[in-house]
Design a protein around this ligand. Structure first.
Ligand code: SAJ
Length: 433
């Protein structure tokens, strides 16, 4: 009888990926391309039908990689959770957002695990990939699975392996990004390590699922805290009358012991504003305050207000009140060259400007419509006209497709939060962070 380990090693195992979004789909494709039979399970019928039609909805996975896998029946997608019964390996890639009270919302994980538990059978490997607080795998996932009476490490195997998918990035892929894995027991680790070794060049085993959960949170908390630091340095340079970009570029000449981050209008995206909060919340339950995370949040989430103050002062210097002024927001996506607006600082900025009575327009080559405060704004069709008609242009996202000389020529006043425009000889037209 072929053991689970043998099925994994010879790629006979059937792999189910629960959640085929920007994390799950690249993983499902990688497993299918290496020879596994893969079923993607999602609650979104549109995703399922797109995959079955050989189409892609994820930036870095072209349809050309999906279609042949679907036609050769290596890869399929379904809404039907009963596919889990025949799965040998199940990888959970569901969202871990914040709830309304800014606390972790692990309900998507719990729902997925409950569905697995209803169909759990002997010799199945379950891996959680969703970014979550240390302890989730052993304190939330494991008890639900063991309620079936099956035992971890002998009947089924459970591990945590954080995702490191960066949408749109082509230099680092599933195959060449090292993969951390932590198993509940040594054999769990062995199973998960063998599974990922089929698609990743380097698997990094750690001593527990908690260590793996914590490593992922360190990765993104490191970024959020350093972005908070550099945003505070921008505020300091403002008080000191220094050019923060000159200071950063000079510091970045240090060939060791320094890593440069750039100040900006705030912290957006589906990772950085959220992941550190998961860590702070968990430590709070252990009566410990994660002060760096709190301070970084204060600064990062305070940046939109800082930028609005810059805009107000710039308009004031041009004899214009914010009230009634036409402000054009250039770029609303959370970062350059993506169309994702999740947690974008543009939302807070627009709300604050509206509160002060400004008239808002936006332009973003990747975003056609922006839902803000219950009103839908459309991206301006005629950028030149919008620039010329604005009392102040504010650069929030420095998409590579912008022609900054053209923006400079057609605008009368620009607040540039991304150092996209040269400030020298712009005769005071361009205000930096
Ligand atoms: N940001 C700054 N200054 C910086 C860097 C980023 O203000 O120096 C802002 C961005 O504008 C954005 C937010 O922070 O609003 C997050 O930017 P990010 O570059 O961290 O991009 P993300 O959120 O897409 O982070 C992802 C993460 N990938 C995964 O979690 C798998 C992160 O770990 C990656 O390091 C990051 O991409 C990356 O390097 O691109």
């Amino acid at each position: 009888m072929t053991t689970l380990l043998e099925k994994i090693q010879n790629r006979q195992a059937k792999v189910c990926v629960i959640g085929i979004g920007y994390v799950g789909l690249p993983l499902a494709v990688a497993f299918a391309e290496t020879g596994f039979q893969v079923v993607g399970i999602d609650v979104d019928a549109k995703k399922v039908s797109a995959i079955m039609a050989g189409e892609s909805y994820v930036l870095d996975i072209p349809a050309a990689r999906i279609a042949p896998l679907v036609s050769s029946q290596r890869l399929s997608a379904t809404l039907d959770l009963d596919s889990l019964r025949t799965a040998d390996a199940i990888v959970i890639c569901v969202p871990t957002p914040l709830g309304k009270t800014k606390d972790p919302d692990v309900s998507f994980i719990v729902n997925a695990v409950e569905e697995i538990a209803q169909r759990l059978r002997s010799q199945q490997l379950i891996v959680l990939e969703s970014t979550t607080y240390p302890g989730t795998t052993e304190e939330i996932v494991l008890p639900i699975l063991e309620r079936t009476g099956l035992k971890v490490g002998s009947d089924f195997y459970l591990a945590f392996s954080p995702e490191r998918i960066d949408p749109g990035r082509t230099d680092f892929t599933v195959a060449n990004t090292p993969k951390i894995v932590g198993g509940v027991t040594p054999i769990c680790l062995e199973m998960a390590r063998n599974l990922y070794a089929t698609i990743v060049a380097r698997v990094v085993p750690v001593s527990s699922p908690q260590a793996a959960e914590m490593a992922k949170l360190l990765e993104n908390t490191f970024r959020a805290v350093n972005i908070g630091l550099v945003n505070e340095v921008a505020i300091m340079c403002g008080r000191l009358g220094l050019d923060v970009y000159e200071v950063i570029d000079a510091a970045a000449t240090k060939p060791f012991g320094f890593m440069s981050f750039k100040p900006g209008p705030g912290l957006g995206g589906h990772c950085l504003p959220i992941d550190p909060r998961y860590l702070a919340w968990k430590l709070n339950t252990l009566n410990y305050r994660a002060r760096f995370i709190e301070v970084a949040e204060d600064i990062n989430f305070g940046m939109p207000a800082y930028v609005v103050n810059k805009i107000a002062r710039a308009l004031n210097d041009h004899g214009k009140p914010v009230k009634g002024s036409q402000v054009l927001v250039l770029g609303v996506a959370y970062k350059r060259d993506v169309g994702d607006v999740r947690e974008s600082p543009a939302f807070d900025l627009i709300a604050l400007l509206r509160e002060m009575g400004a008239r808002i327009k936006f332009h973003d080559p990747y975003v056609a419509e922006l839902e803000s405060d219950g009103t839908a704004l459309q991206s301006e069709k005629d950028l030149d006209a919008a620039l010329a008609a604005s009392d102040c242009v504010v650069v929030i996202t420095d998409h590579s497709s912008y022609d900054w000389q053209r923006v400079l020529a057609r605008s009368s006043l620009i607040v540039d939060t991304r150092n996209a425009l040269p400030r020298a000889n712009a005769n005071g037209k361009v205000i930096g962070l």
